[in-house]
Design a protein around this ligand. Structure first.
Ligand SMILES: [Zn+2]
Length: 119
């Protein structure tokens, strides 16, 4: 996920780290010949990169984790409602409708709480 650079700071080993708008951090080392970012070593260079977007892998990981948790929660909700409707004597069509309706009662905030990924 693309996130804008909102600032920079040095880590404990004096490597430059970009502060992203999402709250995550990303190293932006100038370590030739492996990583060429001469702009990062000057205040002017860093200032020129404010607002530039970097791909935040951490945000991608969080989005993936939330999506997977949502899918799992939907499956559990559907299966439980379908089974309950069957025990209540509903026909297959009624069980299907009851299962789909159960999705409306899902609390999305609970899914986020179950997701253990933190910024
Ligand atoms: Zn992020």
């Amino acid at each position: 996920m693309q996130q804008k650079i909102v600032g920079f700071h040095l880590d404990e080993e004096s490597h430059w780290v970009a502060d992203l708008e999402c709250g995550h951090k990303q190293h932006v080392r100038h370590d030739p010949p492996w990583q060429e970012r001469p702009w990062v070593v000057t205040a002017e260079g860093r200032a020129s990169r404010l607002g530039v977007e970097l791909n935040c892998v951490r945000c991608d990981e969080m989005g993936e984790a939330v999506a997977r948790a949502a899918i799992q929660e939907c499956k559990s909700t559907l299966q439980a409602a379908y089974q309950d409707a069957g025990l209540a004597g509903l026909c297959a069509e009624g069980r299907f409708e009851a299962a789909v309706s159960a999705l409306d009662g899902m609390k999305l905030v609970d899914i986020l709480r179950k997701t253990r990924v933190r910024p």
